[in-house]
Write a protein that binds this ligand. Structure first.
Ligand SMILES: Cc1cc2nc3c(=O)[nH]c(=O)nc-3n(C[C@H](O)[C@H](O)[C@H](O)COP(=O)(O)O)c2cc1C
Length: 174
């Protein structure tokens, strides 16, 4: 896919099919993450959990149920894959790095024709559950910050011809 088309096609998906991803998709997503810029080359301050285990996904989903008090809360929208990005405090700019990895994965998923969603809220809740963090294989000293949910979208929206964001003010200096 041409880069401009990827940009226009990337939208948040909140209704995924349960079926597994095509072969090679996880590798393509992880490659994209590892091409991302990382401040001061502090690659060792980042960790990725590639989660397809249904019981772990359900426990993460339950964090949103507990936090919202809404039994139907579904922060993962049925996605069969969640890649959680964690950081250690060294370097001090962990969350900024996390977003670079995640955006690369969102764009890579779009390029593969897969639905994708930047998921932060429920990860903040999941990070408070030490047993769950352990089962996500997050190393000691690391904190889960955000994630990307990926799967086939139940319906594929048409590419946007203009950005959704027509609000952010832009000033030209010079
Ligand atoms: C930092 C960040 C955190 C986000 N967290 C969530 C989230 O927890 N749950 C969710 O459904 N969407 C989340 N989103 C997705 C945004 O709601 C979405 O990108 C925004 O509404 C614009 O829509 P679009 O992605 O279709 O362009 C997040 C996006 C960003 C950049």
């Amino acid at each position: 896919m041409q880069f401009q088309e990827v940009l226009k096609r990337r939208v948040s998906t909140r209704d995924f099919e349960a079926r597994a991803l095509p072969e090679g998709a996880v590798k393509a997503l992880l490659d994209a993450a590892l091409y991302a810029p990382v401040g001061m080359h502090r690659y060792e301050t980042l960790h990725l959990s590639v989660i397809t285990d249904k019981s772990v996904l359900e426990r993460i989903r339950q964090c949103a149920v507990r936090a919202s008090g809404n039994e139907n809360a579904d922060a993962l929208h049925g996605a069969p894959l969640l890649i959680v990005v964690s950081t250690s405090p060294e370097g001090g700019i962990g969350a900024l790095n996390v977003s670079c990895l995640i955006e690369n994965m969102l764009l890579a998923a779009t390029d593969l024709g897969l639905g994708n969603l930047y998921v932060r809220g429920v990860i903040t809740e999941a990070a408070k559950d030490a047993a769950l963090v352990g089962d996500m294989k997050v190393p000691a000293g690391f904190t889960p910050v955000a994630s990307v949910a990926v799967g086939y979208a139940k319906s594929e929206p048409a590419p946007r011809e203009t950005p959704k964001n027509d609000v952010t003010k832009i000033d030209f200096v010079g």
